[in-house]
Design a protein around this ligand. Structure first.
Ligand code: AHR
Length: 656
């Protein structure tokens, strides 16, 4: 040995070989940067909006008054009427019946003196000091003179803002006034006191923050929409979920009742109203957030709108009520009319309604879902009729069909077999499953049929144990890491999977039926779960072309606890690597990028990590676990990348 090193060439050779063998200690991951293997759809990572967990009323829809039009099953739900009981009360609920079929109930106040009514809001009202609130109501003064004082009442009973209105007209008229709040309170209420001698009828009692998303008067909560916009979602699916189907057909979602004047939108009980558990027995859909507002939201956040329509079937987990095939025409008509409402010229009947609501331009809708999570022969025969009619008149619309609620098994296989007889552009698969299932299923799409419909992974979430609404917010870093592992498999198969969305999206911390969810909120605040940040890391680093990354010629799909995917962003000329280490130990991987480009040696690195797999964020600690960004030096040739235990790492490398 000693003798060999007397020769300097031998010494140099020995040192070089040592360096190489040291550098090769970890597995070498090879990236073929100049050979894109497929396009990545701009729609790949999107969001799934359903009015579950008080996501719409009591959530993103910024209305603070619960049961503003007295149309809940119990017309006084959410209201406290002062004074005498029932028929002796100065405030009565009147039903106008045929006179206003969509919104028949009103409150009638008859006084000689004073009486007050108070609305509790959705688990209270979130009010911010110095912010302005737009109060409005419809009123018709029947006789005498009545002044209405309008007060914001804090949780301690003190007044934290006020205004008044004087209804003067006999005919129904909208009265509006701004209240400036003097104090922040997450559990405020709204009190209306009627003073004078006479009779007044009221309806549509409303209170909105002035500061909504884009300051719209029938607007959305700006903080929640911002969380969605930050995801830069490729699409937004709406309005659900099971609410599309309804427990029975009478309670299905009907988009035509959700547009036009607010007071004409016909309220229904929500499919997720939880009468048995008594946790959320006051869950209704006012449709203040209706199809026009959904399209507008999609446009605002740059997402393709993907509406889902009822296909003549009520929820198969509930009544499974069916519309006979020969009576399906009006359902198909609804779909055709929706295309006209979204895309038709302002001169067409439905396009004119859209234009009248403030959007003469088309919403440029490209996708339409037929049925939610349906399965079985009844679904396929109904889907077939929709497809025939829609393809005939609108071949440009890409139809989304359903693979049912299971990600595998006979029901799923049957859907695959049957739907191949038709021409859906995408088939929607759902998988709510354990973290282990997610870690094991990063290869799920590797062997999918390439020459058939594309996949919409429309609802997925990993969970530790059962999901449920028993007061527990069930999101963990482990679940998010498992989702990240599976998502590498989705991106690696971007030629087959064109859309994917976590579900459910939103939940009110005080009124929910399902957990885990992506984003939680209370009356004033919001926080993203670890899953939210994983979604955000993928969707804001999505790239335009898929590249190959291999170890020993094979994809990284979790065999040794590592998962990886790589793409390229044609616009920014960057290579984007995503790596998941699900192991309890930190490791390092050696990487070689095969490219004719020299590339930069400094990368942007984004890492999400915690040794505590049970970690979640919360209203009070919204950033316990979030991604952290820094700069990372790569080096040339083969370079090493450290991967922390239980981590998701993203690297963005400039190519030239
Ligand atoms: O996301 C919650 C529910 O899960 C959806 O409403 C339904 O489509 C699925 O069963």
């Amino acid at each position: 040995m000693k003798n060999r090193f007397r020769n300097p060439i031998m010494l140099l050779l020995f040192l070089t070989l040592s360096v190489i063998s040291f550098a090769q200690k970890g597995p070498i991951l090879v990236v073929d940067a100049d050979k894109p293997i497929s396009k990545i759809q701009p729609t790949l990572w999107g969001i799934f909006f359903e009015d579950i967990n008080f996501a719409a009323d009591g959530g993103i829809y910024a209305e603070l008054v619960k049961n503003r039009s007295f149309e809940f099953t119990n017309p006084k739900e959410g209201w406290v009427f002062e004074g005498a009981f029932m028929s002796d009360s100065p405030v009565l609920i009147l039903n106008r019946g045929e006179e206003n079929i969509n919104n028949p109930r009103i409150a009638q106040v008859t006084i000689n003196g004073k009486t007050c009514i108070t609305n509790e809001g959705f688990r209270g009202m979130g009010i911010r000091q110095d912010n302005e609130y737009r109060f409005s109501l419809l009123a018709s003064l029947k006789s005498g003179q009545i002044k209405v004082s309008v007060k914001l009442i804090g949780s301690d009973g003190s007044e934290i803002g006020s205004t008044f209105i004087n209804p003067a007209d006999k005919s129904w008229k909208k009265y509006e006034s701004i209240i400036k709040a003097t104090k922040t309170d997450s559990k405020a209420s709204l009190k209306l006191c009627f003073e004078g001698d006479g009779r007044v009828q009221i309806d549509m009692v409303s209170l909105f923050p002035v500061n909504t998303w884009k300051n719209r008067s029938n607007g959305l909560r700006a903080d929640i929409v911002q969380k969605l916009a930050d995801l830069k979602p490729g699409f937004i699916r709406f309005p659900g979920g099971c609410i599309v189907e309804g427990r029975d057909l009478a309670k299905r979602y009907q988009w035509k009742y959700t547009i036009g004047n607010l007071e004409e939108r016909k309220l229904i009980i929500n499919r997720w109203n939880d009468e048995n558990a008594r946790a959320t027995p006051d869950y209704f859909q006012s449709f203040g957030l209706g199809f026009y507002e959904y399209f507008q939201l999609a446009e605002d956040i740059g997402a393709e709108p993907l509406p889902i329509l009822n296909c003549g079937m009520a929820c198969q987990f509930n009544t499974a009520e069916l519309v006979p095939l020969e009576q399906l025409d009006s359902f198909i008509e609804d779909a055709l009319d929706l295309i006209e409402f979204a895309n038709g010229a302002a001169t067409t009947p439905w396009g004119k309604i859209r234009a009248g609501m403030g959007h003469p331009e088309s919403f440029n809708m490209k996708y339409l879902g037929i049925g939610n999570e349906q399965w079985g022969p009844q679904y396929f025969e109904r889907y077939a009729l929709f497809e025939k009619a829609l393809k005939e008149k609108h071949p440009e619309i890409m139809l989304v069909s359903s693979a049912g609620p299971m990600p595998s098994g006979p029901m799923f296989d049957q859907a695959g077999k049957e739907l191949r007889k038709y021409n859906p552009a995408l088939v929607d698969e759902h998988f709510y499953n354990t973290t282990q299932w997610f870690f094991n299923n990063a290869t799920r799409y590797d062997n999918y049929e390439r020459n058939s419909y594309k996949i919409f992974a429309g609802e997925y979430a990993a969970r530790n144990g059962m999901q449920g609404g028993k007061g527990e917010i069930k999101s963990t870093w482990e679940a998010a890491l498992a989702e990240a592992a599976l998502m590498t498999g989705i991106e690696r198969n971007a030629d087959v999977v064109y859309m994917a969305s976590y579900a459910p999206l939103l939940a009110n911390t005080e009124a929910f039926q399902w957990s885990p969810n992506l984003i939680w909120f209370d009356n004033l605040k919001t926080f993203g779960t670890p899953s939210y940040y994983v979604q955000k890391m993928f969707s804001t680093n999505k790239g335009t072309e898929l590249l190959r990354i291999t170890k020993d010629g094979k994809a990284l799909t979790g065999d040794d606890g590592l998962y990886a995917t790589v793409c390229r962003d044609e616009n920014t000329k960057e290579i984007i690597m995503k790596l998941v280490n699900k192991n309890a130990q930190a490791t390092k991987v050696d990487i070689r990028i095969n490219s004719k480009e020299k590339g930069a040696t400094t990368a942007k690195r984004i890492v999400m990590q915690s040794d505590d797999l049970t970690l979640n964020n919360s209203i009070d600690k919204p950033e316990s676990i979030i991604p952290v960004e820094d700069e990372f030096k790569t080096g040339r040739g083969i370079w090493s990348l450290p991967l922390k235990a239980y981590s998701l790492t993203i690297l963005r490398l400039r190519q030239n």
